[in-house]
Design a binder for this molecule. Structure first.
Ligand code: GDP
Ligand code: IMO
Ligand code: MG
Length: 431
């Protein structure tokens, strides 16, 4: 049963999009199972860049079916824009290639407004969200008030749900945050328009489709969004997103049992980045951070915000291996580390003067840890032209070997550039 989960092992933006695109050449089905348009997954094919927020990263392979499962909060304005852009680029010409579950939570303008209003009100305490309305949309789901994708196709139900939801939302927006109210009528009319355009992609039961595919031996990729350290329960709370980002979420978000999963592949950069507020033990000084940001193009794919940069943190990576049950890893952006005389890798933390190897789950403690570094020799060669592991300079191979040994988990893939061809295989995915 070849269910393969691809999950971010750090704070997001590890290169999941690239990996899923590359893996999709041999996959039948790619499923997004959590998060929403806060994600920004970048694919580079023949030098052409595509950034996806909601559509699964298998979409550039016409034979690969893409699915948005119930765990996703679906911004209907964003998804339609993405569909139109893809069609304009000659992709997704067959509507059968994309299936959206009737059970997805619909994310609406008032969720985005509430997200923004809350962040403004929080001032210095803000989370630094993407402003995409993710928190408020998941709250609606948990409060059992969400509009579901399937509701868009029942005019009466949609009207009644919108009216009831807006009563509460407008009270919050106007009375608490001093913002303008959202008008029900135009929103309702717009949703009816969107429903017509989105109906060809509708699926009543994505769990059933995935289940049948797995039973038939088809290759199914489960594409995670965000990263382990942004998990609602197991990340650096409260500086996290509002969904479960760890591998278990692939089962919950789709309605597929864990027994059907064969591999869980964690994606990590050869260094670390984070966007938004919150603890980041290996964050570099401003000068080094600036250098990596420039050389690695470390600006958010969704918001354009500069990403905070730091060295690779093996304590956090081992935590990711544990909470996700990673079976192997892909090590991304090794090329970006070229030209450093020495490369630091964090192998432990010091907390109150005591050396620790396990990540403190309490964010206040994580804020206080001091990283313990091991310095490895750097290399000067440009890795972007390298096509096999054997052709990497010795120092780069030593770096990969050091990481694999420390984490005691295999590294299957090393990436040396954004393009598909810049992918070095240690072990093929569907071997
Ligand atoms: P995701 O959210 O995990 O899909 O990652 P993002 O797309 O937000 O950010 C990863 C960025 O790194 C994108 O701009 C990719 O094109 C780029 N990228 C991916 N792998 C590599 C690599 O090995 N080397 C370099 N230089 N860039 C890469
Ligand atoms: P991908 O899938 C990096 C971060 C935000 C913020 C926190 C909460 O591209 O890896 P939210 O809007 O989710 O309420 O913001 O989570 N964040 C991401 N950081 N990559 C992402 O997605 C992210 N999605 C959310 O910056 O710190
Ligand atoms: Mg991203």
């Amino acid at each position: 049963m070849p269910g393969i989960i691809v999950v971010g092992a750090q704070w997001g933006d590890e290169g999941k999009g690239k990996v899923v695109d590359v893996f999709s050449a041999n996959a039948d089905l790619v499923v997004r199972y959590q998060g929403g348009a806060n994600a920004g997954h970048t694919l580079v094919v023949n030098g052409v860049k595509t950034v996806l927020h909601l559509i699964p990263s298998g979409v550039l392979h016409p034979k690969c079916m893409c699915m948005i499962a119930p765990g996703v909060v679906l911004d209907v304005e964003e998804v339609i824009k993405e569909i139109r852009d893809l069609k304009a680029a000659g992709v997704l010409t067959n509507p059968e290639q994309l299936r959206i579950s009737d059970q997805c939570t619909v994310l609406l303008s008032y969720h985005r407004k509430l997200d923004a209003a809350r962040e403004t009100a929080a001032g210095n305490e803000k989370i630094g969200t993407t402003g995409k309305g993710i928190g408020p949309a998941y709250e609606d789901r948990a409060a059992r008030k969400a509009v579901l994708f399937g509701d868009l196709f029942d005019r009466e139900r949609l009207k009644q749900k919108l009216e009831s939801s807006l009563k509460e939302k407008n009270f919050m927006l106007t009375k608490y945050y001093g913002e303008e109210a959202v008008d029900a009528e135009p929103l309702y009319a717009r949703l009816l328009e969107l429903a017509t355009e989105l109906e060809p992609y509708r699926s009543k039961d994505t769990s059933l489709v995935i289940h049948k595919a797995l039973k038939a031996g088809k290759k199914v990729l489960f594409e995670g969004a965000q990263g382990t350290m942004l998990d609602l329960l197991h990340g650096t709370y409260p500086f996290v997103t509002s969904s479960s980002t760890i591998s278990g979420s692939a089962c919950i978000g789709t309605g597929i049992g864990p027994g059907m999963m064969q591999k869980i592949i964690g994606i990590t950069k050869a260094y670390t980045t984070r966007v938004g507020s919150g603890p980041f033990p290996t964050e570099m000084n401003a000068e080094l951070s600036e250098r990596l940001r420039t050389e690695g193009g470390e600006f958010g794919a969704t918001t354009g915000r500069p990403r905070r940069c730091g060295w690779l943190d093996l304590v956090a990576l081992k935590y990711a291996i544990r909470v996700n049950g990673l079976t192997s890893l892909a090590l991304m952006k090794l090329d970006v580390l070229s030209g450093h005389e020495k490369i630091d890798v964090c192998t432990a933390y010091k907390l109150d003067g005591v050396e620790i190897k396990d990540l403190p789950v309490n964010s206040h403690d994580l804020e206080r840890v001091e990283p313990v570094y091991r310095s490895l020799a750097g290399w000067n060669e440009d890795l972007q032209q390298v096509r096999t592991i054997q052709d990497l300079p010795q120092a780069a191979r030593d770096f990969v070997q050091f990481v694999a040994t420390e984490i005691a988990t295999p590294i299957d893939v090393v990436s040396v550039g954004p393009g598909r061809e810049q992918t070095l295989w240690i072990k093929p995915l569907f071997a």
